[in-house]
Design a binder for this molecule. Sequence first.
Ligand SMILES: NC(=O)c1ccc[n+]([C@@H]2O[C@H](COP(=O)([O-])OP(=O)(O)OC[C@H]3O[C@@H](n4cnc5c(N)ncnc54)[C@H](OP(=O)(O)O)[C@@H]3O)[C@@H](O)[C@H]2O)c1
Length: 346
Amino acid sequence: MSSSNLRVALVGSTGYTALEVARLLLTHPSAELVVATSRQDEGKPLSEIHPMLAGRCDVALQPLDADVIAKSADVAMCCLPHGASAESVKQLADAGMRVIDFSADFRLSSLETYEHWYGVKHPWPERIGNVVYGMPEFFADEIRTADIVANPGCYPTSAIMPLAPLVKAGLIETDDIIVDSKSGVSGAGRSPKLATLYCETNESISAYAVGTHRHAPEIADLVERIAGAPIEVMFTPHLTPMDRGILSTIYVKPAGKAGSVEEAVRSMMSLLRDTYSDQPCVHVVDHLPATKYVAGTNHVQISVRPSGKRAVIVCAIDNLTKGASGAAVQNMNVMFGLPETAGLLM
Ligand SMILES: NC(=O)c1ccc[n+]([C@@H]2O[C@H](COP(=O)([O-])OP(=O)(O)OC[C@H]3O[C@@H](n4cnc5c(N)ncnc54)[C@H](OP(=O)(O)O)[C@@H]3O)[C@@H](O)[C@H]2O)c1
């Protein structure tokens, strides 16, 4: 690694998204991991916590001291749970660091919506609605100069990417959108929980948080921010027996009365193709997307098919890559003027 490399600090480095950042940085041409923090494993090499990194990344874990980290790194990737994250992001930003926050703490535009859905008082309310959403496909100019980037949620990425352009172009009804999503178990993080034990998830698919999942307001908020029109969205997530991956099947009604659903779907595919023609990570495809086709990559696959009176959108991403750590590396690249797909070319 060269001494001119961008120096990355990983905060909350014992979890799954942190491992994915470390994995991606191994092949990044101009960024390297120099700091990794943990509350409980101080002093251990990161590779002892994540054996996949053995012989390739032996940074020793240290406690989170923002002033110390700011002296040795240029950017912090904050991979902490919501609630805990906002405090740390504030400390790191106050210490002069540019921060990419993986949690939901700065994603929403409204403090009231955040406190209602997350059930906690926000420790830095002045910044709510004042942090760029880390989706370079829509907000690259703001990301370039941002001090803090709110990295998108995994399910929201799979819904916002197809929905926002279609709503903006007026091609779909905005009051009747159903997002039916399936996720691999890594989406729930590495901390042990009853619902994610092997015997609870293996050979089984289950819906959860029906009508109450916190990603529903994030999808609605961001589609409105990008498209300029409010939407009503019904969102149901499912846990599936996969390690990683998200497949969202989205049921929409074509707007207006003229023409067939087939024609409307052709317009949708054409609009999506135009929207993403210059975007290296988003692919509008003729086949039906599947999680396998994007596993371990920062790519998004989207397709639309007619079905009865509706159009059915299918979108696949990897929750740990485009749904979290790959998007964070993409954001970091944009923030520091590096090629947008550096370290993400798989
Ligand atoms: N998993 C996904 O697919 C995904 C996708 C998009 C966004 N996200 C978001 O990314 C963040 C990290 O997710 P993850 O899946 O990597 O979680 P994880 O595997 O559970 O890891 C979270 C890490 O945060 C640290 N931590 C836990 N509780 C903490 C607290 N109260 N205060 C300070 N540190 C704490 C832990 O490290 P120590 O105990 O060693 O300190 C742990 O390693 C979350 O906000 C999550 O919502 C995750």
